[in-house]
Design a protein around this ligand. Structure first.
Ligand SMILES: Cc1cc2nc3c(=O)[nH]c(=O)nc-3n(C[C@H](O)[C@H](O)[C@H](O)COP(=O)(O)O)c2cc1C
Length: 327
């Protein structure tokens, strides 16, 4: 057993590095390459309900508030066109050829399809399921509680129909994130993925048109996820997967110290290639050896809010004295 081995959602992993759901994991050879590069587990590209070929326009009319911002990006702009059957085949095939856990990812609009697809994903043999839920709170008549209730309702509706562990992947924009996280955990989520990074639209001032935003994160984007992992680990019951801005071994170590069970990698793999996985494994292993840690358990959550000797720092939102000497 390697010093990096760990457990996530009850799955045994050889290391805590997951390839996040993205286009690198949308095809069999991509998934195989991620496994060969050393990933501890792989999250497949999300299956978006919109990929199914039926009356989307009619749905748009009724369900616009539930529309997923990423879906618009990935399905419309990147021309995604692989449907549910192909997705189920991807799960079946990769389960045969890849030895690390394969986690499917699903985003739906209507309850019927959440359940139908979740069941099919279980039957296809996925080791776990990530529910990629994002509801754009753009309706001025809808309260925050109403929106949070939808997240919990989706979990409640799916839960009785699946026998594999599931994670809920959310964005950071909630007025009471800790409360929602606690509700999702109590309703049965085996993990929360904090956070999804949504498509940011842009405007082309030359052509006066809408333009696609830049999709990749930088290491500076990790702060939000780091703070919330530290605040929530130790106070809610489920595992936490850190996502957004983790680009190197240092980022992974910080997230593990904050209390993340695993780290999900995406932008860094696009920017540096899949060999970045091996590089990060080496960096984390070397750091552990230098510090004398034999296992992740020995330092996991050591700097979470509940373990820290300065717990107030994670709740500080104003700079006050933090920038003394700079201001
Ligand atoms: C090209 C691309 C495609 C993505 N597709 C999905 C997706 O299908 N489902 C999902 O949950 N997240 C998707 N994401 C979000 C990533 O999984 C990840 O949460 C986000 O990029 C933040 O991590 P990073 O900072 O390491 O990039 C995508 C990201 C990128 C850049």
């Amino acid at each position: 057993m390697s010093i990096l081995s760990t457990e996530y959602m009850g799955l045994k992993l050889k290391n805590p590095l997951l390839v996040a759901s993205c286009s690198l994991t949308k095809k069999r050879d991509g998934v195989e390459k991620c496994a060969e590069a050393g990933a501890g587990a792989i999250v497949l590209k999300s299956l978006f309900e919109e990929q199914i070929d039926f009356e989307i326009k009619d749905m748009e009319k009724h369900l616009m508030p539930y529309w997923h911002p990423e879906a618009l990006d990935y399905v419309q702009q990147m021309g995604m066109s692989f449907g549910p059957n192909e997705y189920l085949k991807l799960i079946e095939e990769t389960k045969k050829t890849v030895s690390v856990p394969v986690i499917a990812s699903l985003n739906c609009i209507s309850p019927k399809w959440w359940i139908t697809y979740a069941k099919q994903i279980v039957e296809a043999g996925a080791d776990a399921l990530e529910l990629n839920i994002a509801i754009m709170p753009s309706d001025p008549n809808r309260t925050g509680t109403e929106i949070e209730d939808i997240y919990v309702k989706i979990v409640n509706e799916i839960k009785p129909h699946i026998s594999i562990p599931f994670a809920v992947k959310i964005g950071p924009y909630f007025s009471s994130l800790a409360h929602l996280a606690n509700r999702l955990s109590r309703e049965g989520a085996a993990a929360l993925v904090l956070f999804n990074r949504f498509y940011q639209p842009n405007i082309n001032t030359e052509n006066l048109t809408l333009a696609p935003g830049y999709n990749f994160s930088s290491p500076e984007d990790m702060g939000l996820s780091l703070r919330w992992i530290a605040l929530l680990s130790g106070s809610i019951g489920c595992d936490l997967a850190a996502s957004t801005g983790i680009h190197d071994g240092e980022g992974v170590i910080k997230q593990l110290l904050a209390g993340a069970t695993v780290a999900q990698l995406c932008s860094t793999l696009y920017l540096n290639g899949l060999q970045q996985i091996g590089k990060i494994i080496d960096e984390v292993s070397m750091w552990m050896e230098n510090k004398g840690f034999q296992s992740i358990k020995e330092f996991h959550g050591k700097l979470s809010q509940s373990e820290s000797d300065k717990p107030e720092l994670y709740e500080r939102v104003q700079y006050i004295k933090a920038l003394v000497g700079i201001e």
